[in-house]
Design a protein around this ligand. Structure first.
Ligand code: PLP
Length: 421
């Protein structure tokens, strides 16, 4: 495979962009490929190589690249302008649709990214309760803002130490960590800090070191313990929303959180974020209340139009039925490959998410860290040379889309078979 043009471009990019890229995970070693175009399940680089894409923009493209319904909706919107600085009917329509699908949501605030959504949700929860601390899950990712940039620590509960230079320890001292799938640890943390805990924020399925799935009963227990202690439960469904089901993981697992953050899939590839929740909490957001939130691009007409088209297409084309079936078929085939080869690897996933872990099935962050990352990186490169674009990390989820065909799946399974050897 010739990737000379990409190599050259990256050499120049390194001088112009930190690490040569615009977001860290894209810095594939020794150099990333540069995309020329993408369509359906395929992505083509500037050297003319074509890959079957399982990155799918890191989650948003449940409908595949370039879905005509999204393109049409956006092009039509462009004719009428793309930034108003006033309200538009589009945001009212999209809010109505979301609120119909998510019974936990009475009101929404539209923002531009998932990062802004979780930042705003945490602020709203803190404003509502008048408390400062929040509990997150080790390995849970809620975007790149200061308070959420805290990862693992030792022990059941760790007071946050920032994960990034430039984040003062003062900014993360109210961030508590507990392991996923460990209700005792969460209960203990709540007991210890009861007077101070405003919220628990959790990805119902850990999507950013996984997928790692909730054990039976875990999410119900999280719901119970937060309710008993008057703590706002925030489901960060930026990955799982509109993916596991129309109503996200909360519909799939039958849990009702107090607040929800959405993003990724809803925009169909355009920038969007949603802060949603109960009226009593959302009603405190400015200008209705004292919790400040604002944004030049909030409720962007193009993103709203894309969002309406995404919801419409998800319904009309029975997307979940199709992609969930593709996911099952992929996981079953890969599971057969692994057991036929006698590898002590595991295959995890739900709905259209899947991942081969190079190690035992992980149930939390510490488990996941035990996987053989070095071997995964070698495997990743081999798959790429074979025309299969997986996320370049053991800890990023593979995504199927409506555009992936049975032929794509067969080719991919064969490539797994060849390259796992
Ligand atoms: C991607 C992601 C975010 C951040 O969203 P951005 O749009 O990248 O800011 C937040 N939470 C979860 C669960 C995500 O997967």
């Amino acid at each position: 495979m010739n990737t000379e043009k990409s190599r050259k471009l990256f050499d120049e990019a390194k001088k112009l962009l930190p690490g040569g890229v615009s977001s860290p995970v894209r810095a594939i070693k020794p150099y990333p490929f540069y995309t020329k175009r993408a369509n359906g399940s395929k992505i083509t680089d500037i050297d003319g190589n074509e890959y079957i894409d399982y990155v799918m923009g890191y989650g948003p493209l449940l409908l595949g690249h370039n879905h005509p319904a999204i393109k049409d909706a956006v092009v039509r919107q462009l004719e009428d302008g793309w930034l108003y600085g006033t309200p538009s009917e589009l945001e009212v329509s999209l809010a109505r649709e979301i609120i119909k699908l998510y019974s936990s949501i009475d009101m929404v605030r539209f923002v531009s990214t998932g990062t802004e959504a979780t930042m705003g949700a945490l602020r709203a929860a803190r404003g509502f309760t008048g408390k400062n601390k929040f509990i997150k899950i080790e390995g849970g990712f809620h975007g790149a803002h200061d308070a959420a940039l805290v990862k693992a620590g030792s022990g059941a509960t760790t007071l946050g130490t920032p994960d990034s230079a430039g984040v003062p320890a003062d900014f993360t001292k109210n961030t508590l960590q507990v392991p996923y799938n460990d209700i005792e640890a969460m209960t203990e943390a709540i007991k210890t800090h009861r007077e101070d805990v405003a919220a628990v924020i959790i990805e119902p399925v850990l999507g950013n070191i996984g997928p790692i799935l909730p054990k039976k009963g875990y999410l119900q227990d999280v719901r119970s313990v937060t309710k008993e202690n008057d703590i706002v439960l925030i489901f960060d469904e930026v990955i799982t929303g509109f993916r596991l089901a129309m109503g996200g993981a909360q519909e799939y697992y039958g849990i009702t959180p107090d607040m929800t953050t959405l993003g990724k899939i809803l925009g169909g590839g355009f920038h969007i974020g949603v802060i949603g929740g109960k009226r009593e909490i959302m009603g405190n957001i400015s200008p209705a209340g004292a919790v400040y939130q604002a944004g030049t691009f909030n409720g962007s007409p193009v993103s709203m139009a894309a969002g309406l088209a995404v919801i419409n297409t998800l319904k009309k084309e029975k997307v979940h039925e199709k992609v969930n079936k593709a996911g099952e078929s992929m996981r079953r085939a890969l599971s057969d490959v692994i057991s036929d080869m006698g590898l002590d690897y595991s295959i995890s996933g739900v709905s259209s998410m899947f991942k081969v872990f190079f190690g035992d099935m992980p149930y939390d962050y510490q488990d996941a860290l035990k996987c053989d990352k070095e071997k995964f990186n070698v495997f990743f490169r081999k798959m790429l040379s074979d025309g299969i674009f997986l996320p370049p990390s053991q800890y990023e989820t593979n995504f199927l889309s409506l555009a992936h065909s049975q032929d794509d799946i067969d080719k991919t399974v064969q490539a797994y078979q060849r390259n796992l050897k």
